[in-house]
Design a protein. Structure first.
Length: 406
C-alpha cells in the first residue's frame, strides 16, 4: 500500500532509496537501524514525505515510526523517550496510527508557534511590527508628505514615502497601539551609513511637522540644508525628548524657542562640519530644559555670551556636556556645583581660557571623562584632583600647566 513515512534521522549512513530527504522513499528503514531523537527545528528538517513501496521492515523498532499505510501483523510501533524506554505500544490498527500522527503534527505546530513568538518578542521584535496591520493617521501622513514636498531630494532617498501606510516609510516609526508617528529619523548617517555629501537631503523644513502631535524623536543630522536657520517652530513640538540637528548645514542664531522643550533629554547641535555657522547670543533658554541629560554644542560660537556657565549649571540632570571649539573665554574659578552632581562627561577643549584650573571642577565626584586640552590654563594641578576617583579619561595637553598629576 502507498503510504507516507515520517522518518527520523539515523546515525547510520543513508542507504540509497531509503533516507533521501529530497525525494521519494522507496522502502522502509533497514532492520536494526539505531535511531536518533530529534527536538526543535533540526528535527523538523528530517521530515520527508513521499510514496513508499511498503511498510517498515518486520521487527524494526525505531524510536519514531509514523506510518499511514498498513503494518504487518508482527510489526510494532515503539516511541522511546529520552529519559527512559516505556513499554511497547502496539498500534496495529489504522486508528491508532492516525492518533499518533496527529499528536506529532500538533506538537510540531505548537513548537513552531512558540519559536515564532520567541523570535518576534525577544530576538527580532522588528519583524512583529513590520507584519502588523498598523496604519498611520491620515492627517499625519499628509503632514509628512507636505514636509517631503519642501525638501530637495534629487536622488530620491525617500522613495519609500508612497502608499497609504506612512508607518512603513523609511525613517518613520509609529506607536503600535495609537498609530501616531512617534519618531522621524532622517539623519543621513543613520539612513544610509555613509557620510558622502553628494546624496544628502536639503531644502526647507516645513512647519507641517507640527502636525505630528506625538513626535518625540527628530533626527535630521548629517544632511545639507544649505545654511538655513534652525526653525523656530521646533520649539512648539512639546513632546520631543530627542532632537539631533548636528552637522546638517544650519546657520545663524539658535532660536531661544528651543527652551520650551521641557521634555527634551537629548540635544545635539554640533556644528563641526560647519565651523561657527551657528551661534548663540544667550543661553538662558538652556536653563529651562529641566529634563536634559545630553548636550552637544561643539563648534557653536559662544563668543558673545558671558553667562554661559551659570545657565548651563542650572540644568539639574545633565550628564554629558560637550562645548569644544566654542570660543569660550570666561571660566569661573569659584562655583557651587550642586547641579552638576550627575555630570559624567565634560569636554571644554579647544577654547580660549586664560586662568588657573578651577578647584571646584575636581570636586565633581561622578565625572568619568574630562577634556581640557588645547586651552591656555596655567599653574599646577590642584591637590583636589586626587578626589576624582571615578575619573577614567583625562586630557590636559597643550596648556601651560606645570608639575605632576597628584
Amino acid at each position: 500500500m502507498i503510504g507516507h513515512w515520517f522518518h527520523r534521522r539515523s546515525n547510520r549512513s543513508l542507504a540509497t532509496g531509503h533516507r533521501s530527504t529530497d525525494g521519494p522513499i522507496t522502502g522502509p528503514p533497514a532492520s536494526g537501524d539505531t535511531p536518533t531523537i530529534h527536538s526543535g527545528p533540526a528535527g523538523f528538517r528530517q521530515l520527508v514525505t513521499g510514496p513508499t513501496t511498503g511498510p517498515p521492515a518486520s521487527g524494526d523498532t525505531s524510536e519514531i515510526h509514523l506510518w499511514s499505510g498498513r503494518l504487518a501483523s508482527n510489526d510494532t510501533l515503539v516511541i522511546h523517550r529520552c529519559s527512559g524506554r516505556p513499554p511497547k505500544t502496539d498500534h496495529r490498527s489504522t486508528g491508532g496510527l492516525v492518533t499518533v500522527r496527529l499528536i506529532y503534527i500538533l506538537a510540531s505546530v505548537t513548537f513552531l508557534l512558540i519559536l515564532s513568538s520567541f523570535c518576534c518578542f525577544i530576538i527580532i521584535p522588528s519583524l512583529c511590527s513590520e507584519s502588523s496591520n498598523t496604519k498611520c493617521i491620515e492627517s499625519e501622513k499628509n503632514s509628512l508628505l507636505d514636509f517631503k514636498s519642501s525638501l530637495k531630494d534629487p536622488h530620491n532617498l525617500l522613495s519609500s514615502w508612497e502608499g497609504s501606510d506612512c508607518c512603513n516609510w523609511k525613517g518613520v516609526t509609529c506607536n503600535n497601539e495609537t498609530n501616531h508617528v512617534v519618531s522621524l529619523n532622517l539623519g543621513y548617517w543613520h539612513l544610509f551609513n555613509d557620510l558622502s555629501t553628494a546624496w544628502r537631503i536639503g531644502g526647507e523644513i516645513s512647519p507641517s511637522l507640527i502636525g505630528l502631535n506625538d513626535l518625540n524623536h527628530l533626527d535630521l543630522s548629517f544632511n545639507d540644508f544649505g545654511g538655513i536657520a534652525v526653525p523656530e517652530f521646533i520649539g512648539s513640538m512639546k513632546k520631543l525628548s530627542y532632537l539631533n540637528l548636528s552637522n546638517a548645514g544650519f546657520s545663524g542664531r539658535i532660536p531661544h524657542q528651543l527652551g520650551n522643550l521641557s521634555n527634551l533629554r537629548y540635544l545635539d547641535l554640533n556644528s563641526f562640519y560647519y565651523f561657527y555657522d551657528l551661534y548663540v547670543d544667550s543661553v538662558a533658554w538652556l536653563s529651562r530644559l529641566s529634563s536634559l541629560q545630553y548636550l552637544d554644542m561643539n563648534s557653536v560660537n559662544f563668543e558673545n555670551v558671558g553667562d554661559w556657565f551659570v545657565s548651563i549649571s542650572l540644568i539639574p540632570s545633565l550628564s554629558v556636556l560637550k562645548l569644544s571649539h566654542c570660543k569660550l573665554k570666561e571660566f569661573p574659578l569659584s562655583f557651587s556645583f550642586r547641579n552638576f552632581t550627575s555630570l559624567t562627561y565634560l569636554d571644554l577643549s579647544n577654547n580660549e581660557f586664560h586662568s588657573p584650573l578651577p578647584n571646584w571642577i575636581f570636586n565633581l565626584s561622578s565625572l568619568q571623562y574630562l577634556n581640557l586640552q588645547f586651552n591656555q590654563f596655567q599653574g599646577s594641578m590642584p591637590d583636589e584632583f586626587a578626589r576624582m576617583t571615578s575619573l577614567e579619561v583625562i586630557q590636559f595637553g597643550n596648556n601651560e600647566l606645570v608639575g605632576f598629576i597628584p
